[in-house]
Design a protein around this ligand. Structure first.
Ligand code: FES
Length: 124
């Protein structure tokens, strides 16, 4: 028998209706990481807030397939106008996840549907 820890399957989508907490946990114009442990595995995503709107994406850069940041919640350019990958500088539109700069121009982040319902963020 092996003493190796069980391998955790990485998931790239969540079921709808998962409550992620209050909208106000994310400052306006900022982003936050979410990790959701489910029976089938673990999902890593992030949500960007702009006013009352939220934009969610799977935390995986289309360039090399790795999480975008090495620093917790650090998903945006300093001016907050774009999503930035820490590894090789890919830049993505917040509204649609389209890569507009760096090594994967023309590709996109994988959307993670989220919405605000009654002041709370919920998966769609
Ligand atoms: S892994 Fe994101 S730019 Fe290379």
């Amino acid at each position: 028998m092996s003493d190796a820890p069980p391998v955790t399957t990485r998931l790239f989508a969540t079921p709808p209706g998962i409550a992620l907490g209050a909208l106000d946990q994310i400052a306006d114009g900022k982003a936050r990481n979410f990790v959701i442990q489910m029976r089938a595995g673990r999902f890593h995503g992030f949500v960007v807030r702009r006013g009352a709107a939220v934009f969610g994406y799977v935390d995986r850069c289309p360039h090399a397939g790795v999480p975008l940041t090495q620093t917790l919640d650090d998903y945006l350019t300093p001016d907050g106008s774009l999503i930035a990958c820490n590894w090789h500088g890919a830049l993505f539109e917040i509204e649609d996840g389209r890569c507009v700069g760096g090594p994967c121009v023309g590709q996109s982040l994988t959307p993670w549907p989220v919405a605000v319902e009654g002041g709370a963020i919920v998966t769609g």
